[in-house]
Design a binder for this molecule. Structure first.
Ligand SMILES: Nc1ncnc2c1ncn2[C@@H]1O[C@H](COP(=O)(O)OP(=O)(O)O)[C@@H](O)[C@H]1O
Ligand SMILES: [Mg+2]
Length: 274
């Protein structure tokens, strides 16, 4: 079926065009950076948490807003089991590894699926951005859900997002979605900071480099759209292992080769906002 005929792009236009946006900054924060990927499972949450910790290492005050309402990862990746306090007006972020954290997963239990319609998602995002007591943050890192849906629209239209980093793996099937994501952010006039090639390759015990998902696809896509290519993160089993333990690699072992890559990204990104 032809997308154009069924008018999918028209629906998008109807949602995005008639309004002139009055974008609000998130109170208590200087800069908002969204981490996006059009596809799930490409390592976006892993990137978001390690980038936040790397920004802390380079001297910034950082918060993480887990905006993946249907699949929150922050409770697991940061091993947070407590519920946030509230004074009836605002929710207090949970402080872990010196990072201010908020996730829908703090308010629900792990087993319960979120069965929410679009407007509920939109109102949850508004609560998380306007009714959380974020304090003195240089950066808030927003871990976005995959896709081009209500969360992305709400952020782009209502919140002053200073930039988005797009994470992808190098397979064609992921890149196709990345292109869709880039076009969406361009339409919504959200600044794209750059693209990351995650799980770019694997170094075997033999020291050989294996480009399991093909080589250079993310960089080519960045060039095609005249966006900055920020760099590669190889596959390393420690990334997954430490993530599963609830202590991301940058926190667990800042001297690790992979941690150094995240810290390098943090410096790059920080310097763009100075
Ligand atoms: N560079 C990497 N090397 C090894 N495993 C990785 C890497 N990046 C992410 N992963 C793993 O890939 C899986 C999906 O990552 P996740 O961050 O949850 O993706 P997303 O948020 O995009 O759905 C996790 O098991 C994570 O540990
Ligand atoms: Mg995720």
């Amino acid at each position: 079926m032809n997308d154009k005929k069924v008018g999918l792009s028209d629906t998008m236009r109807a949602k995005t065009e008639p309004k002139t946006f009055k974008r609000n900054p998130i109170p208590g924060t200087k800069f908002t950076i969204a981490i996006s990927s059009a596809k799930g499972g490409v390592g976006k949450s892993t990137f978001a948490t390690n980038l936040a910790l790397a920004l802390k290492k380079v001297g910034c005050k950082v918060g993480i807003l887990d905006a993946d309402i249907y699949g929150p990862s922050l409770p697991k990746l940061f091993s947070i089991n407590e519920k946030p306090d509230s004074d009836g007006q605002t929710l207090k972020p949970i402080l872990k590894y010196e990072i201010q954290c908020m996730s829908i997963g703090f308010l629900t239990d792990e087993q319960t699926p979120m069965i929410w319609r679009g407007p509920m998602v939109t109102s949850a995002i508004k609560t998380f951005t306007q009714k959380v007591g974020w304090k003195d943050l240089d950066f808030i890192i927003v871990d976005m859900p995959p896709g081009t849906g209500d969360t992305q629209l709400t952020f782009a239209q209502e919140i002053n997002v200073d930039g988005v980093v797009i994470v992808s793996t190098p397979q064609e099937i992921a890149l196709q979605d990345v292109k869709r994501g880039i076009r969406m952010f361009e339409k919504l006039k959200v600044n794209i900071i750059g693209l990351i090639d995650n799980m770019s390759h694997f170094i075997g015990d033999d020291g050989e480099k294996y480009a399991i998902f093909g080589e250079g696809g993310v960089e080519r896509t960045a060039n095609e759209f005249k966006k900055e290519f920020l760099g590669k993160i190889p596959i390393h089993s420690d990334v997954g292992k430490f993530g599963d333990e609830g202590v991301p690699i940058v926190e667990k072992n800042p001297e690790h080769d992979i941690s150094k890559i995240y810290i390098n990204f943090a410096n790059k990104i920080k310097n763009k906002f100075n």
